[in-house]
Design a protein around this ligand. Structure first.
Ligand SMILES: [Mg+2]
Length: 316
């Protein structure tokens, strides 16, 4: 059980032993859980950002740490085709954190809470060695909650925004290359994940399955395939990339295609749907759902491409 996903599988089995009294619509293993308390379904997710695991304070301000923590958590609500309505936030604060840094963190959190609609209604403060932020978000489905397990053979695979930009931004920061022409823009993309509320509303009308791209497109699409008992083909030549992305990758000696597929923290929304101009109006078609299992990446000639890295995994 060294791997994050092996742990999640074990937890899913362990907690299923406790039974379901009918209130649980979707349990462990999706972007968020869905509970029906007898009135309307509520979507619930929790996410933790830990200093020196998810961020380094020499690369990001306290304000952006707060902003990022909230948007990253809300992203899982949007990925269920739901809109956030409230949040509770638990903070571990190191003893040497200044009042100014604390207030900056909260201002960033408040900015993102206002922007996403996930108003902060409570939380907890604790002392800790490293700064950490645990954000629990509650949301309401736009229509029906959309999970990962309902992709259908023949669906197209779409993704919002661009891929790899956040991972490239982190690479720029880690290499200390803000001097590169597009460096600051990618660094900003890593520090401030996209606000995808409108995309969530759009996909709610047409998606069969959805996930947010937090661990890398390849891995997150793999979760959809495993849950839906289907396979997928990804078109490497169709991946949406930012202007200046390939040039910046080359400056850092990074494979642009591999980074776009396996670099994490894009927080874009990936979904499956029947091919349509409506879907293409807010997302890019990057692949198709097939029979079988697993994700195959192909180039423009239809030849398979293999990658050494599979995506981000905790505990590995
Ligand atoms: Mg997710």
């Amino acid at each position: 059980m060294r791997d994050e996903f092996a742990k999640i599988d074990w937890l899913k089995t362990r907690f299923e032993l406790d039974g379901n009294d009918g209130e649980v619509v979707i349990g462990i293993g999706d972007d968020a859980a869905v509970m029906d308390f007898g009135n309307r379904p509520t979507v619930i997710t929790v996410d933790t950002q830990v200093e020196n695991v998810h961020f380094r304070l020499d690369l990001i301000s306290h304000r952006d740490v707060g902003y990022r923590a909230m948007v990253a958590a809300v992203s899982d609500i949007w990925a269920m085709a739901a809109m956030p309505s409230a949040s509770v936030v638990a903070l571990n604060l190191p003893a040497n954190l200044s009042d100014e840094a604390f207030q900056e963190l909260i201002e960033g959190l408040a900015d993102a809470a206002r922007g996403t609609g996930a108003r902060v209604i409570g939380g907890n403060l604790s002392r800790g060695d490293a700064l950490s932020i645990t954000t629990t978000v509650f949301g309401l489905p736009i229509a029906q909650p959309i999970g990962r397990d309902s992709a259908r053979v023949g669906d197209a695979v779409y993704v919002t925004g661009t891929l790899g930009a956040a991972a490239l931004g982190l690479a720029v920061l880690e290499a200390g290359r803000l001097d590169l022409e597009h460096g600051p823009r990618f660094a900003e993309r890593w520090r401030k994940p996209p606000m995808n509320g409108q995309a969530a509303r759009s996909l709610a009308k047409l998606a069969t399955a959805a996930v947010d791209v937090s661990d890398g497109c390849l891995q997150d699409l793999g979760h959809v395939c495993a849950a839906s008992h289907v396979g997928a083909t990804l078109f490497a030549h169709a991946l949406p990339l930012d202007p200046g992305y390939e040039a910046t990758c080359q400056s850092l000696d990074v494979d642009p295609r591999e980074l776009a597929l396996t670099g994490g923290e894009d927080y874009e929304l990936l979904f499956t749907a029947a091919q349509s101009t409506e879907a293409a109006s807010f997302a890019t078609l990057i692949g198709e759902i097939t029979e079988g299992s697993g994700v195959r990446v192909v180039d423009e000639r239809g030849e398979s491409i293999e990658f050494a890295r599979g995506g981000f995994r905790h505990f590995s």
